[in-house]
Design a protein around this ligand. Structure first.
Ligand SMILES: [Zn+2]
Ligand SMILES: [Zn+2]
Length: 143
């Protein structure tokens, strides 16, 4: 038997494909396959349009966490009080989606915060998380 060595189409590393799908296998690992799928999705713009498509549990978890901070579940940026209804707040990525490379990173609750849609629109891709926080802090006199 011969051992076939292929180059991963994602990371370029040499690897020995699975004997059953040696012809069709393109990546050295599941991780590389996922990363490539993610990259394609990102390039095609599907990631952005999926914004808001988070499981309800994440919305609830983040809203509850925000509420713990002072009982009003304030907008992370402008501190406006947010209602618990799903459409009254949005999830904002502290590190923008465009700089993330895996779906796990995009779905990571630690990179998400609850904010009002006004702040979300205002921040968009114009400001980094830190910049926008600083701007809002100034507007509200800080604390
Ligand atoms: Zn690879
Ligand atoms: Zn806000």
């Amino acid at each position: 038997m011969t051992i076939l060595i292929k180059n991963c189409e994602y990371c370029g590393h040499e690897y020995v494909p699975d004997e059953y799908n040696a012809k069709t296998q393109k990546y050295c690992s599941k991780k590389c396959k996922e990363r490539m799928a993610w990259k394609r999705q990102k390039e095609s713009g599907n990631v952005r349009s999926k914004k808001g498509g988070y499981p309800r549990a994440i919305y609830i978890q983040l809203w509850m966490e925000a509420r713990l901070s002072d009982n009003t579940a304030p907008c992370h940026y402008c501190k406006k009080r947010l209602k618990p209804e799903r459409n009254s707040f949005v999830l904002d990525h502290k590190i923008p989606v465009s700089e993330l490379s895996t779906r796990e990173e995009v779905m990571n609750p630690e990179n998400l915060c609850v904010c009002c849609s006004e702040c979300n629109v205002e921040k968009s891709n114009k400001y980094s998380y830190e910049e926008f926080l600083a701007i809002k802090k100034e507007t509200h006199g800080g604390d």
